[in-house]
Design a protein around this ligand. Structure first.
Ligand code: BDR
Ligand code: CA
Length: 358
């Protein structure tokens, strides 16, 4: 074969260099995507669920592998419709969206259109979904995905814990295979439903107790830290400066929520579910000491309360004749990291910049 002439050789080398750099760019891009945290987002959408989902979709640190729907803020049927419309709005039909439980484990569902609007999405009518529902049952999909990617999946439930509890009950072998569980729910300083209980836990206390006692690394992003992250009209105005389907939708949702909060005398809306996603993105946003948490399932006034032992000890009471005598202290092992402080400004800026696509 004759040697290529000078000009042809220059071309050949140019193309070789171009192909090599393209391969290099591709090689660098693959680890970046596979380095993202794989999450399953379990949700009862829900206005703040919508903001949380859009935050997750716009954050390169996270790779949403599935959205599973649980009844809570709205019925299971409405929640599924909302999830599909939002995933479609984001042009992400590649993400499976599956229905799960139809009601809490042992009690009647309590829906919250009062706070979230008639359709759960601030009465905003999103276009019908181009995406189709995944026909797998939510808890089964969770089980399947955890086994397919052992030690890689982080569960981010931001609604009642029914789906997660059903998955654990059906297949407890997923527990050691889940990387982490980051929950929006509970409170260690009083509730929003009543004096003691937060809504997600109150909506299915038995499910919550199963999830807290399962034995996996769990972070509780409760009501009390969420209340420190108020998205005020200053941030809403920033959201209004940029445009795009997701940006405009979240701007409208945030506007609705800030107006609603103002009616109750608050200067901003608490970012409960988005903060759980924020913690999945960057755990340094919060301070979360380990505690042992139990969910009260029986109290007349405290059903659904997350009862946290902050000292890691309980007294040991031993029966001596007709009375008990304290003989010492027994250690209780922590089962959760409980968020107690949050860098609210840093989180709110992160939220706004991600929604604006910056
Ligand atoms: C939680 O309850 C729901 O109304 C919100 O979406 C959030 O997950 C706050 O108590
Ligand atoms: Ca929610």
């Amino acid at each position: 074969m004759s040697k290529p002439c000078g000009r042809f050789r220059v071309h050949q080398e140019f193309f070789r260099a171009a192909i090599l750099s393209a391969l290099l760019v591709a090689a660098l891009a693959i680890p970046a995507r596979s380095a993202s945290k794989k999450i399953i987002f379990d949700t009862d959408p829900g206005t703040d669920d919508a903001m949380a989902l859009m935050l997750a979709l716009n954050s390169p640190e996270l790779d949403i592998r599935a959205v599973t729907v649980v009844p809570g803020n709205v019925t299971a049927k409405q929640g599924l419709e909302n999830a599909l419309r939002m995933i479609s709005l984001a042009n992400r039909c590649d993400i499976p969206v599956a229905a799960g439980a139809q009601h809490p484990l042992f009690q009647k569902l309590i829906t919250a259109e009062f706070w979230h609007g008639k359709n759960g999405l601030a009465n905003i009518e999103l276009p019908p979904s181009k995406c189709k529902v995944d026909t797998r049952y939510g808890p089964d999909l969770i089980i399947e995905m955890v086994h397919a990617a052992p030690h890689e999946i982080t569960l981010v439930p931001v609604g009642p814990l029914t789906n997660i509890a059903l998955a654990v009950e059906k297949d407890p072998s997923i527990v050691p295979l889940v990387k982490e569980v980051i929950i929006m729910g509970g409170s260690i300083t009083g509730g929003n439903v009543n004096a003691s209980a937060e809504a997600n836990i109150y909506n299915d206390p038995e499910a919550a107790q199963i999830v807290f006692q399962a034995g996996w690394p769990l972070t509780m992003v409760g009501l009390d830290v969420g209340d420190k992250t108020l998205l005020s009209s200053k941030y809403v105005a920033q959201l209004g400066q940029t445009h795009g389907p997701m940006n405009d939708f979240i701007y409208q949702v945030a506007h609705y929520l800030v107006d609603l909060a103002a009616q109750f005398g608050f200067d901003g809306t608490p970012m409960y579910d988005p903060l759980a996603v924020g913690v999945a993105i960057d755990s340094t946003l919060v301070k979360a000491p380990p505690m042992h948490v139990d969910v009260e399932t029986r109290g007349d006034f405290t059903r659904g309360e997350t009862v946290a032992n902050r000292h890691g000890m309980v007294e040991r009471n031993v029966l001596h004749g007709d009375r008990y005598v304290i003989e010492g202290l027994d250690k209780v092992e922590p089962n959760a990291k409980v968020c107690v402080e949050v860098d609210a400004d840093r989180f709110l800026q992160l939220f706004v910049s991600r929604i604006r696509g910056k």
